[in-house]
Design a protein around this ligand. Structure first.
Ligand SMILES: NC(=O)c1ccc[n+]([C@@H]2O[C@H](COP(=O)([O-])OP(=O)(O)OC[C@H]3O[C@@H](n4cnc5c(N)ncnc54)[C@H](OP(=O)(O)O)[C@@H]3O)[C@@H](O)[C@H]2O)c1
Length: 326
């Protein structure tokens, strides 16, 4: 079979590269080499059937994604193979779940929190999945520790491809009883730390023209809930921070998005909604009539971390069983 054209495709992107792989699997075609190390410069070299000539190359560039073979191409688009991710608050709860799901999809990890035992547990899970995992103890209330965490991740990886700002705290108290200390602690962990981490990590993302920032927000950031004043303000702020990140960094092929879950019965979820007298009425407000599961948050984070979501930028995605539409 004669060797077809070797073509350098600028701006190849995930859609075209995935489609090219689909073409190459068709009879008479073979993918000779593949290098998608840099998003904007995928080197595609396809061996074509002489009867089809080099139409395949043109087709690769112009074909709609609907012609992808979902059975063979989806895994590649959802893969995080060799991506480098930083997940905060990974010592338990949603962060631990997110770390495991990202590792199962192929990512290497830096994880952080304050509890060394919880971090070790997550680290063990990630390593069992065959990925590397480095833990950094850091108290995100302290800006110097936030920056030390970012520098630790850069030292480990060179550049971070995926930043998941997950660590968060809540103090349940009505507005009139909210103390200055709780207010400031909440803004520091939930809002200032994501800002500082992104500010430190994004220059390397810009340089490599690739990055994903996923901020774990809350429905409390879009819906007023009694007793959540400082928390709601921090998550509402995080939503706007996410949109500003998208506005400023989208041009560098960096996608920033927020995930806004309703109740998930982690330690935090238990603390706020664990009592039946509070939890049951809340559940009754949710059209799905149930709370979420940690893995449902992690799956959405996985999607937002993968090339499958490359055109989703600056969104606050509500993961709430319909709570905020009724
Ligand atoms: N569970 C829910 O119902 C729910 C709903 C909507 C949104 N969310 C959001 O989802 C995220 C994860 O929540 P979760 O339910 O998994 O809560 P969680 O079980 O309480 O876990 C919180 C995580 O954040 C870390 N963290 C807290 N304070 C920290 C600090 N000062 N420095 C460093 N790390 C700190 C904790 O680690 P250490 O204790 O080791 O420091 C822990 O790993 C949060 O942003 C939360 O607001 C949760």
């Amino acid at each position: 079979m004669p060797r077809g054209p070797s073509v350098k495709i600028q701006e190849a992107g995930a859609t075209n590269t995935a489609y090219a792989k689909g073409i190459a699997r068709q009879p008479g075609h073979r993918l000779a080499s593949w290098d998608n190390g840099l998003y904007r410069q995928a080197l595609i070299s396809v061996v074509t059937n002489p009867r089809l000539h080099c139409h395949s190359t043109t087709a690769i560039l112009n074909s709609p994604i609907s012609r992808l073979n979902p059975m063979t191409d989806s895994p590649a688009r959802f893969s995080l193979h060799n991506k480098r991710a930083l997940v905060t608050g990974a010592s338990r709860g949603l962060g631990a779940e997110i770390a495991s799901v990202l590792a199962a999809a192929g990512a290497d990890l830096v994880i952080s929190g304050r509890d060394p035992v919880g971090l070790q547990h997550t680290q063990q899970t990630v390593r069992q999945l065959g990925r590397s995992c480095h833990d950094v103890l850091a108290d995100l209330r302290n800006p110097e520790e936030v920056l030390r965490l970012a520098d630790g991740a850069l030292e480990q990886f060179g550049a971070v491809d995926i930043l998941v700002n997950n660590a968060g705290i809540v103090h349940i108290e009505d507005l009139l009883s909210t103390t200055l200390e709780h207010w400031e602690e909440t803004q520091a962990v939930n809002l200032r730390a994501p800002f500082l981490l992104a500010q430190r990590l994004v220059p390397a993302m810009i340089q490599q023209r690739q990055g994903k920032i996923i901020n774990i927000s809350s429905v409390a950031g879009v819906l007023a809930i009694e007793g959540h004043a400082a928390y709601s303000a921090s998550k509402g702020g995080l939503n706007m921070l996410t949109q500003t990140m998208a506005a400023e960094w989208g041009r560098y092929n960096i996608q920033a998005n927020a995930v806004a879950p309703t109740v998930i019965l982690t330690e935090m979820g238990q603390q706020v909604w664990g009592e039946a007298s509070k939890g049951e009425p809340m559940k009754a407000r949710i059209p799905a009539r149930r709370f979420g599961e940690p893995v449902e948050v992690a799956d959405l984070v996985l999607f937002l971390a993968s090339n499958a979501s490359d055109f989703i930028c600056g969104q606050v995605i509500r993961l709430d069983g319909g709570l905020t539409v009724v």
